[in-house]
Design a protein around this ligand. Sequence first.
Ligand code: ADP
Ligand code: ZN
Length: 207
Amino acid sequence: MQIVLIGIQGSGKGELIKNLSKIKDFTYVSVGALFRQEIAKKTALGKFVEPIMARGDLPDLQTTMKVVNKAIKKSKGDLVFDGFPRTTEQADALDKICKIDKAIYLKLNKSVAKKRLLNRLTCVNCQHITSKNEIKNLICPVCGGKLATRHDDTPASIDQRFKVFEEVTMPLIARYKKQGVLCQVDASKTIQEVFEEVLKVLNVCNN
Ligand code: ADP
Ligand code: ZN
């Protein structure tokens, strides 16, 4: 089964993946995370995408497909794409490599999404996500690493990412609806509720 997750920044794609990974051995292809790994490793690709990501824009198709193809090559079994495709040209490229069975759209309004992002803290070591309301110090509850605001969770970059989402990514909702694979989930609910809703949609059992 091949699944794509679509949702505005802050809609909880990362949390959903964390929950899904507890129950099924999907291979997760999270393009943002793959780019951040390249940046951490200081590769040429990482150096190229770093300033583009920091301002909330999307690297070009060829660069994006490089990390996607590498991840697919290494993968086994079912795939979940997180934050990919984000453009029509990426969706066209993906259609050439695999057939999408479900597109899960995590629907959330911008004001709730922005509040979540401005509250978000990410562990620099294990990428665990938490919120400023939930913790008293900047120590990761999972690994003891340092919690920090992601470089692109600034008001300017958030607004730019929202703009790109609305203009470039939203048309994919109609595309997947037309293909008959779109499932819409209310992402304003709790992480657990969203997870349960997605399990129903995917028809996988949580035991
Ligand atoms: P968010 O969804 O909150 O922006 P991600 O970690 O998914 O967080 O993505 C962070 C950044 O990585 C994006 O702003 C963009 O620069 C880059 N990125 C992620 N997915 C893609 C994609 N499919 N195509 C191009 N760039 C991407
Ligand atoms: Zn951690």
